[in-house]
Structure formats: C-alpha cells, structure tokens
Ligand binder design. Sequence first.
Ligand code: GAL
Length: 660
Amino acid sequence: MKIGVAYYPEHWPEDRWPTDARMMKEMGIDVVRVGEFAWSRLEPRRDQYDMLWLERAIQILAGEGLEVILGTPTAEPPPWLFDRHPQIVPVDEDGRRWFPGSRRDACLNNTAYRRYVRRIVREVARVFGPNRDVVAWQIDNEIGCHPAGRCYCDDCEQAFREWLKMRYGTIERLNKLWGTAFWSQDFADWQFVPAPRRTPAGVHPSLALDYQRFITATAREFIQEQRELIEQYCPTEPTITTNALAFWTDQLNQFSIAGALDVAAFDNYPIAGPNPDGAAIGLDLTRSLKRAPFWVLEQQAGPTAIPCSHSRPRPGELRLWTYQAAARGADLIAYFRWRTAPAGQEMHWYGILDPDAQPSAYFEELKATFAELKEHAPLWQGRLPKADVALVLDYDSHWALRANSMTAELDLRAQFTTLHGLLRRMGITADILTPEQSPAGYAAAIVPMPMIVRDQAARQWQSYVEGGGRLLVTAPAGYRTEQNAWVATRPPAALSGLLGVQVAAHDVFNGDEGPSIAMDGTEFPVKGFCCLLELMGAEAVGAYGEGSHAAIPAVTRAAAGQGSAWFLGAVSTDALYGHVLERVLAEAGLRRSPWSSDTIEVIPLQAGQAQPPRTFVLNHGGAAVMLPLAEGETRTDALTGRRHTSAVVLAAYGVALLDK
Ligand code: GAL
C-alpha cells in the first residue's frame, strides 16, 4: 500500500519546496504526482523548453526518499499555442467554438495540437524517461472530462470519416448497415458523412452511436501515441496510466481505455456522493477494468467545490473513505492535493495544507490514517473483494439508447447505478464486466438493458446458465443491431431462446399512468416503459395488473440446464428491482448481509488456503452502531485486536476488519 499526493511545485517559490518535501515524508507520503498542468512552465515559449525547475523539484522530493509519478502536461496547452493556432479549441454541436483559458480546451483530433503534444511529450520523456525517481507516468489528466471533450470541429469530422472507412470499408456498406435510405441520407462519398451536430429533427441513431465509439477510439489512440513516445526514452519498461473518471462520466468506454494502460486508475471524490454508493461504483468499475488492484490518483483530502449535498467531511470521514478505497481494491491512494491552490479556478478545492501553508483541519486525521493503513495493509493486501455477482456494463447499449429511445425513462446508466446500489446495500459485491467477458465463476450475472446483443454474448450467457449460473436480464433487450438499427427478428432476438420469451410489443407511459406488476402478492408500478411478453418456454413470475395489459407476463423465469434465466420486462422502482434481485440471488445461493444498509457497507474479501476469511465493515453514518451477533458468536477486529461478543460496535464513521 502506497500513499501519494498531488503537488504543484510551480505554484510556490522554490525555497518552499524542501519544506514541503520534508513535511510530506514526515507525514508518511511515499509518492508525489507532479507535472500534469505545467505545460506553460515547461515550454514558456514555442520551442523554448525549461525542464530544469521540474528536475530540481523532483530532485528535492527524491532527496527525501519520495517517488514521483509524472504527468504529461497535455490537458492544457499554454496561451501562446492558442494564439498561434486558435482552431485547436473544440467546437460544440451548435458549431460554436469554445474559448481557451480553462482546461481540456484542445481538440484531440486537431492536427496542430497533436503536433505540439508530440513535441512536448517527447521532450518531457527525453529528460525524465531515464530519471529513476520517476516511477510511473500519468498520461494527460481526466481525458473526456468537461463538455468540450465532445468536439464537433472539422478535424474531428474528417478523423471520423477515416475511422468509418476503417470500420466499414466501403461507403455502400455503411449506407446499408446504417439504413441511410431513411430521410434521404444515402452518402455518395465518405466526404458527405457529417459529425452529429445539431439538426432540426435529431441525428441518425447509427451515426450518433458510431460517433460516440469514435470519441473513445480517439482518446485511446491519443493515449497510445503518448505511451509510445514515453517508452522510447525509458531504459526500463515504465508503468503508464491515466486518471480516469470511471463512472463519473459515460463519455468514454473505460474498458477500451484501460487496454492501453498498465494499471487502471481513478479519481475518487466520495463527497460527490451519495455515500457510500457513489464512490463504490467508481471503485468497483476501476477494479474490474483489469480485475486487479488499481490506483486512486486523486483521493479527496478535504472540502471541495464539487456541487453536492454533503457538507465538509466530518471528522473520521476522510479516514473512512480511504479504507473504502483500499477495501475495494486500491493499492496506491494519492490525495488531491498537497496544498490548496493559491489562485485560480480551484481555490476552494482544499488540500492537506491550507492556502497559508498551515496544516488543514484534516492534517492529523490523514497523517494517522496513512500510518495505520501502512501498518495494517498486510492484513488484506493481495486480496480483492469477494465479488459474487457479475454486473454487465454495455457502453454500446447505453449509447444506442441515448442516441434513440422509445422514452426518456430508458436510462441504462441510471438503472445500472440502481442495481449496483441495491447489491451494495445487500452487502453483495459486484465485479463489472463487458458483454464480451464470460460471467463463469460468478454465482449470478445481471445484464441491464442490453439493447445490442451480439451472438457471442448470447452464446456465452447460455452456457453460463446451462452450467448453473443465474442470469437476470432487464428490458429493453435485443432490439438493435451493432449499428443501432432494428434487428431482423423479434426482441429479445438472440436472447429469445435463453430467456424463453418474445416481446410482442412494448408500451410507454407518462408519470404514473403505467400499469402495476403483480409479483409474489405485491404490486409494483411500471415507470414509463413495459414489454408485453409472450412465453416461449419461460414461466411468468409476475404479470401486469388491471388495464389493457392485464395478466400479460411482465417478469419471467426460464430454466436451462443447471441454471435459470430471468427477464424483467419493465422499468419500475427500486422496490421491484430489489424484489427480483432477492429471488434471483436466493436461487444463486447468495444471502444479504444482515448488517448491510444505506450507511453500513460490508465488503467480504477473497479468502484462500492461507488466507482466513475477512470482511471490511464500514459505518458511513454519523452515529455509533451496534451490529448484532448471534448467541455465542464472537468476531475479532483485525485492525484493533478487539474481540466483539453479542454485537460488533462501530463508532461514527468507524471501520472494522472482521475475521469471517
Ligand atoms: C479532478 C482533476 C483535478 C482537480 C480536481 C479537483 O477531477 O483531475 O485536476 O480539478 O478534480 O477536485
């Protein structure tokens, strides 16, 4: 377990650096992340590089035994570059160019920007690649963040056409697969394919989906190019990553991005909430990208100016959030930031030191947290959470629906978040999988709203179920092709056989107009969308109540081999999702933790032959709790050695690592 911090030596006079380095060391920090916004200092004028100050800063840090993660400074070019090439600034969907003077305001497809990116990255890599104090590299910063991350400029449009050429080969093939005969959109040549800018009656859904894929492809290629430059100058293989936003934004397919990285990394701001679910989903996704321990490159160190309903972190919360990240698989946690910025847009994102260089109100809590974390980390190191459920995140289906939907209620990301939160509140950890990854080995697999179902995924889920897996799929499923057009057969198309149903039709509703669903003696409301299912081998376990859809199956279960495949054919409330989950998980032999709740987080760890069972229990509430034990049962907290009988007592914002 390593502890790190973001440091911006360029914000303070050089004679302050040794004090900062010494204080960091004394505080228990191991790694310092520098450089990611320093382009205007590293290349103050075109072709005039000044790397010496950063070399001196790194030397001072290394003199205290601190390691360095070096960021490439490409998230914000210097003003002279905007002056020279004003067209590097991205364009929005209305064709309006943003203005520079912030960050992330350069288009990744702009040829001039890319030329200068190559030059600065090459120079930074040439100088620092051989530097042994630089232990890892962060490419850029939060790629895909901010609205300008979606650019519609002419360079993007041209790059999009090139990308489409690679994907489709001929324009005729694209026309056919997109279905461009609709509204006279057949393209006679690649040069007529537009970026999906604002139009009077919406954008063609195939174009919209492919553009979203293209944005990910652009980001990945941007990372890959920097990666290759860095590798050229490092005598030994460097560790290369980037600080992703994970689930904060759905702009990029993070699985694809992670393919260009050595270790997955995430910026974790639990204050954005809701606690603990907001952070849990980002941490689970980041762990799942490589199914391995990961890094948190920015962990909240105090109050921030992020819009949220949470007040200042309460005493104990920063410690609690650190444990949450460690419990969910982080093995390097770097805080943001060492000292509050003396000026600029982020003056109110507070650091470990206040703007006046005094330790912040959280300094002692953080220092104690670092010490105990390092002391105790061997108790859980090498053990990821024991994830019993595979939760499938299909970016393509999400984007397909966003590009064209039957009703605004169909929000894959929102339903995914709900399902993840429900599982979390049951104390059941989920790994997040792509539809291409097999859920074999997980007791249950959940696939929310797979609009696009590829044959490979359908086959794999079929054999998963036949081998004893429990699968839950939610509607809408199997409507669209890879190109976001209608499938040739009735939904859920490739999943019909496995789920044992066909969708005869679907219906949409405003507000509370929808029917109810009767299941196991309870009525649950439909929210906005429901499928009318025909049974083709499945049994109905829930049906619509009174009204024109009365008695039509709404929730079904089909047995196959050793397992079962469930279909939830409507959008509903948490209550129905929770109920269906309980039934599916019960079949899978999974039980909710009796302690887990909105504020109690329970995370069992993987156990092996030489590894006794261990479970993290975290109290996100502001009051102490007593978690009851059965008669005669005792549990020992490995962090304190305390033995609990009759109940586990957890202080407000407290943490325990229990045996079992
Ligand atoms: C992150 C970003 C940092 C800083 C921080 C503020 O999203 O990477 O540069 O802006 O938020 O909390």
